[in-house]
Design a binder for this molecule. Sequence first.
Ligand SMILES: CC1=C(CCC(=O)O)c2cc3nc(cc4[nH]c(cc5[nH]c(cc1n2)c(C)c5CCC(=O)O)c(CCC(=O)O)c4C)C(CCC(=O)O)=C3C
Ligand SMILES: [Fe+2]
Length: 402
Amino acid sequence: MTISNGAFDQLDASNLPEPVIVLNAASDEAASGAEHVTTPVAYDAILLASFGGPEGQDDVIPFLRNVTRGRGIPEERLEEVAHHYRAFGGVSPINDQNRELKAALEAELERRGVDLPVIWGNRNWTPYMRDALTEANQRGFTKLIAIGTSAYSSFSSCRQYREDYAIALEETGLGDTIKIDKVRQFFDHPGFVQPFIDGVKQGLLDVAAQGISPEETHILFATHSIPSSDAERSGPASRGFGPDGAYAAQHLAVAEVVMSEAAGVEKWSLVYQSRSGPPSMPWLEPDINDSIVELAGQGIKAVVIVPLGFVSDHMEVKWDLDTEAMETSEENGIFAVRVPTPGVHAAYVTGLVDLVLERRDGVPVADRPAMTDLGPWYDVCRPGCCENVRAGFKPALAGVLP
Ligand SMILES: CC1=C(CCC(=O)O)c2cc3nc(cc4[nH]c(cc5[nH]c(cc1n2)c(C)c5CCC(=O)O)c(CCC(=O)O)c4C)C(CCC(=O)O)=C3C
Ligand SMILES: [Fe+2]
């Protein structure tokens, strides 16, 4: 088995166009044994990789065009989503959150005496990934470890970031100069899960303060819906996770961990939000709003909404949960609390630094924290991981060749 930083890991590449680039081929797989773990690398900077968002009304449409290029999102959906951004002055909260996260990471790195600068680059808005790589090159950095602001396995949250790195290396012509690895998907890392546990405990106190009993309370774990075809292909092709793939399995496993900590309430479910795409295309269900209506019919009086799929309070949280799901709850006579996202919670920031250090210093799989049986996840994505049959083939980094 060869690991190739720049090679593509599409299983059936025979009828696809030649990969545009093959980068940094032949980084070697772990001497440490387990397929999850790679040999340590003396990284010289952290690449904070995120989604990006508009910073004013004039940015909204160009941003949405960037996000949806070639993705078959109907025009009506774009108008609908533009309206969400317009209601917030055309400014997505995501950029300020990444500025805060970058500052918090820098402070934590300094506190621990780790000399790794953080460079920030986005998929869909400035600073773009190519800007980040140009900056890294100017500052003389050649070995980057990427943290994507996304915890789970799916095309949008895993593979697309790996494609972003490959595209940006191609755009900047830095493919022979800069090597990019990524930290493992961290859905079950205690740094990511702890803030949700804290939040659910507080949410249940808020519910109790309303005089609503545990029997009348339901915990809704909310995440981004994705096309069923993406869900099916999330995670490595070789592991069976059921029809909704690693994406749903990971969320369910983390929700179980949170439930085991939030004693007193029994009822919970995993629900989806922010569906787009044409109605004819199946996406993961049920939608959170449909679930709230149904729960009201079953006599539920309170819901605790846990934004389990999200690392920070960006637009999908502010609009789809804090605006829409709150409205649905109110209309149906349900008291609703929304739990905070990890944001810059100390456990989360510390956890992200730990994830970098386990790669730099070489921590064996047995010593890597993971709160579910599914993890710790792979350092290098396995063959077929998080493929996307809708968007067609693109090269991606940090994957293993079949
Ligand atoms: C799994 C997942 C995450 C979580 C993991 C992660 O964080 O990556 C996520 C995050 C985000 N999604 C975001 C925004 C958007 N996502 C869109 C479209 C889509 N998202 C998808 C999936 C995901 N998205 C999918 C399958 C599509 C359809 C297009 C396609 O087939 O690939 C569209 C187009 C309009 C629409 O269709 O809604 C927008 C504007 C923002 C920024 C918010 C802000 O500005 O604060 C963030 C953090
Ligand atoms: Fe999205």
